[in-house]
Design a binder for this molecule. Structure first.
Ligand code: ZN
Length: 99
């Protein structure tokens, strides 16, 4: 599997509305790429009854750092594995020492 972008939105088992009237994910959250009907880990949105949150990014729901993770009970580990590598992985590292 190959991904052309590291961006993903969110699909979740629950929902709540924040004080600004914006729908936010709750419960278990999965990464979801807009335009597909399944999560990054391969769950069917329909069959698993997951709500779509195209306006919420995967980064937003990370309990450690996200701005909208208040009601998130669980982050899907398979989606996290599928999404997680980009901050630690450096695609280009200059290791060649100067003479
Ligand atoms: Zn998942």
């Amino acid at each position: 599997m190959r991904s052309t972008t590291s961006f993903a939105a969110v699909a979740a088992t629950g929902t709540w509305t924040d004080p600004d009237g914006v729908r936010r994910p709750a419960g278990e959250v999965h990464a979801w790429r807009g335009g597909t009907n399944q999560t990054v880990c391969g769950l069917s949105l329909h069959r698993s009854r997951l709500g779509r949150f195209p306006h919420v990014t995967w980064d937003d729901v990370q309990p450690a750092t996200g701005a909208h993770a208040d009601e998130v009970a669980r982050v899907c580990p398979r989606c996290a594995a599928g999404m997680g590598r980009r901050r630690d992985e450096r695609p280009w590292v200059r290791t060649r020492p100067r003479p």
